[in-house]
Design a protein around this ligand. Structure first.
Ligand code: UDX
Ligand code: UDX
Length: 461
């Protein structure tokens, strides 16, 4: 046993996008703690133990290497790790339910509950259990009941400590968070457990940024933070549609409103739509909770944020069709980017998935390029394998294409040799910039017909 060597034994169950980076940063910042990350997926654990990590995140490998083997361990031996730990973060996935009551909206808690039951089964001492996955309000209470219904006399204190990191900037967000939120029961035991978790973060996060609250506020804050962020994107995307009708420029509007300090300038970039594993799932979860309390107006209000996002993705493809003479059948269309945002290989809920599927339905020949996400793209589009091409090199992807559609704001797409690309494409050549990252006037001068989002287009006909 490693017992005395470390002052705390911390475990995380679930070595995903959240669990892996979060624990790596805790271990790197706190060499006095033993941090173990377990997962039922052996391939994932093997990857965490190699230099070829299972997720792409700038700076992550350095942080992992700093601590791995010293006080950071990745393992599939879930039961031994549970026995040894005093503090257990649970970061297993909580997807939207696909079946039964609440299908399409409610969170599927089966992995969470199985994990809780397994903890009860193998534990032989008191433990602090921390919700790291995003969960519906009051889950902690339910989990507390399952955990504490044991006959061994073991006490479990359930806390909520939502993760606010964004992919692509996970390490920065973890090292310098805007805030850390820890929710607990306000009983003496709850407060004692909370203080233990505060102590972990206090190793590197300034005290005034560590917030504590009751457990339900903490659970709800995570959903609400994501709902507000997504709402800003849907709001500006709704305005992009209006800009296209009125010759206003959505980037100018964003800039003008963002300088009002009450509004703020972040999260006002119009796009082909928001993606990622959290926004849609968390809003639908919020909608479901509101509906279950009979708050129909509140539920409908938030659901519009998701519906607007669906509209934006549909609108993007409809616009491509209209501009390309009402047909894309047989036309080669290169999607530049497939990840849901830059600097990640993650494609969960990526707007590119919907765009690709719609184009395939229109019988376009879709070719996809992305610096990090081709592996995931192939999995997402496995059902359409015979209708899609994948090309690591964007120049290859664009060769012979009628159109390029920018799906992800990878910075390498800004500096490609578009003259070379233009010379290899069919005429007329189109660019649809779903992220407004390219130099539209330059492209127009090169010969492209350019269709940004929410900005005047530049066309030669
Ligand atoms: C997860 C949740 O999906 C999300 O709700 C929450 O906001 C943060 O935590 P993420 O880390 O992105 O997000 O999920 P994912 O990458 O799918 O990782 C979850 C891991 O848990 C997987 O590697 C899976 O194998 C593992 N797992 C799942 C277990 O180890 N045990 C289980 O019983 C179920
Ligand atoms: C989000 C939250 O930001 C994070 O706090 C939470 O923990 C998890 O969910 P993430 O999904 O990783 O993080 O990425 P985020 O940067 O929020 O982007 C989400 C989506 O919105 C992406 O598809 C992104 O391209 C899009 N987006 C973002 C826009 O379309 N416009 C913007 O102005 C900002």
């Amino acid at each position: 046993m490693s017992g005395a060597k470390f002052s705390k034994n911390i475990l995380c169950i679930g070595a995903g996008y959240v669990g892996g980076p979060t624990m790596a940063v805790i271990a790197a910042k706190c060499p006095q703690y033993k941090v173990t990350v377990v997962d039922i997926n052996a391939a994932r654990i093997n990857a965490w133990n190699s230099d070829n990590l299972p997720i792409y995140e700038p700076g992550l490998l350095d942080v992992v290497k700093q601590a791995r083997g010293r006080n950071l361990f990745f393992s599939t031996d879930v039961d031994s790790a549970i026995k040894e730990a005093q503090i257990i973060f649970v970061s297993v996935n909580t997807p939207t339910k696909t079946f039964g009551e609440g299908a399409g909206k409610a969170a599927d808690l089966q992995y969470w509950e199985l994990t809780a039951r397994n903890i009860v089964k193998v534990a032989s001492s008191d433990k602090i259990i921390i919700e790291k996955s995003t969960l519906p309000v009051k889950t902690a209470e339910a989990m507390g009941r399952i955990l504490n219904a044991n006959e061994k006399g073991i006490k479990f204190e359930v806390l909520s400590n939502p993760e606010f990191l964004a992919e692509g900037t996970a390490i920065e967000d973890l090292e310098r968070p805007d805030r850390v939120l820890i929710g607990s029961q306000l009983t003496p035991e709850g407060i004692k457990a909370r203080d233990e978790v505060v102590e972990i973060y206090a190793n590197w996060v300034p005290g005034e940024k560590i917030l504590t609250s009751n457990i339900w506020s903490s659970e709800l804050s995570k959903l609400v933070a994501n709902a507000f962020l997504a709402q800003r994107i849907s709001s500006i995307n709704s305005i992009s549609a209006l800009c296209e009708k009125t010759d206003a420029n959505v980037s100018e509007v964003s800039r003008a409103i963002g300088m009002d300090t009450r509004i703020g300038s972040k999260f006002l970039s119009s796009s082909v739509g928001f993606g990622g594993s959290c926004f849609q799932k968390d809003i639908l979860n919020l909608v479901y909770i509101c509906q279950s309390y009979g708050l129909t107006e509140v539920a409908d209000y938030w659901e519009r944020v998701v519906l607007m996002n669906e509209y934006q993705k549909r609108r993007f493809v409809q616009n491509m069709l209209k501009v390309m003479f009402n047909t894309v059948a047989g036309k080669r269309i290169a999607l530049f980017g497939f990840a849901f945002k830059a600097d990640t290989g993650d494609t969960r809920e990526s707007p590119a998935i919907d765009v690709a599927k719609q184009l395939i339905e229109e019988h376009a020949k879709v070719v996809i390029t992305d610096p990090q996400a081709l592996h995931n793209a192939k999995i997402d589009l496995a059902d359409y394998a015979d209708k899609i091409e994948f090309a690591a090199d964007p120049y290859e992807a664009a060769k012979g294409a009628h159109a390029i559609a920018v799906m992800t704001e990878w910075k390498e797409y800004k500096t490609l040799d578009y003259k070379r690309i233009f010379s290899s494409m069919e005429r007329p050549s189109f660019i649809f910039d779903g992220r407004n990252i390219l130099n539209h006037e330059e492209l127009f001068k090169t010969g492209f017909n350019v269709f940004p989002l929410g900005q005047p287009n530049h066309k030669h006909f």
